[in-house]
Ligand binder design. Sequence first.
Ligand SMILES: Nc1ncnc2c1ncn2[C@@H]1O[C@H](COP(=O)(O)OP(=O)(O)OP(=O)(O)O)[C@@H](O)[C@H]1O
Ligand SMILES: Nc1nc2c(ncn2[C@H]2C[C@H](O)[C@@H](COP(=O)(O)OP(=O)(O)O)O2)c(=O)[nH]1
Length: 227
Amino acid sequence: MAKLFRAVIMGPPGSGKGTISERIAQSFGLARLSSGDFVRENIAANTDAGVLAKTYIERGLLVPDHVMTRLLLPRLEEMTRHSWLMDGFPRTLAQAKALNSTCDLDLVISLNIPYETLKERLSDRWIHPASGRVYNMGFNPPHVQGRDDISGEPLIQHDDDKPEALVARLRHYKDVAKPIIDLYKSKGILHTFSGTETDRIWPYINSLLSTKIPSTSQTDTQRIPMP
Ligand SMILES: Nc1ncnc2c1ncn2[C@@H]1O[C@H](COP(=O)(O)OP(=O)(O)OP(=O)(O)O)[C@@H](O)[C@H]1O
Ligand SMILES: Nc1nc2c(ncn2[C@H]2C[C@H](O)[C@@H](COP(=O)(O)OP(=O)(O)O)O2)c(=O)[nH]1
C-alpha cells in the first residue's frame, strides 16, 4: 500500500481553502475532511457534541476546543487506512496540540491572500448549506442563479461573509493562526502560498503535492460520511 499522507490547509475566511481542498481531493485521491461539515452533520444528527456546538454557532462563536476535539479526533482515529486533507481544523493552538498527539502531519498549506481580495470574494460567496458546496458569482457561478447545481436547492449567504463582519474575522484569524503557523514552521512542514487568484496558486500547490504524493491510490476521493 502507498504511504499514507496527512495534510492540513489553513487560511483566512475566503482564502480558497474549500476550493483548493476540492481540487486536491480530486487530483490526488485524498479524502477531504472539513471541520465545518463535521459540525453541521453532527447538528443535523442531533449528537451530544452537535447539540452543544449549535449553541455556539447560533451566537456566531467558534465551537470550544474540547467540543471540537471530541467531535473530530475519534473520526481521524478511524481513518487509519486513509490519506486525508483537513480544512478548518486546527483553528487554535490547543486544537493543533491535540491533533499532534493523534497523528503526524506530513504537510501544512497556508494561504496568504490580501484583504481586498478576501472582501470581494466573500461578498459574492453563496453556499449550499446541506452539502457545503461553495459558489462565487464571478469565479464559479451556479448553472441556475441562486440554485445548487446538483440538488437544485436554494443557495444562501452567511451574515458573517458581509464586509462589516470581515475585519473582525480576519483580525481574529491572524491572532489565533500565528502560533499554529509558528508551530508548523518549526516542524518544517509549513508551505505558504501567496496571491490573489486560486488558478495561479493552484499549479504551485499541484506541483508540490506531486512530489510529496507520488503514488497514492486514486480510489479514496470522497467526502467522508458520518457513521
Ligand atoms: N476548528 C474549529 N474550531 C472551532 N469552531 C469551528 C471549527 N471548525 C468549524 N467551527 C465552527 O463551525 C462553523 C462553520 O465552519 P466553516 O469552516 O464551515 O465555516 P467558516 O467559519 O465560515 O469558515 P471559512 O469562512 O474560513 O470557510 C464555524 O463558524 C465555527 O463556529
Ligand atoms: N474571484 C475569485 N473567487 C475565488 C477564487 N478562489 C475562490 N474564489 C471564491 C469561491 C468562494 O465563493 C470564495 C471563497 O472561497 P472558499 O474556497 O470558500 O474559501 P474558504 O473560506 O474555504 O477559505 O471565493 C479566485 O481565484 N477568484
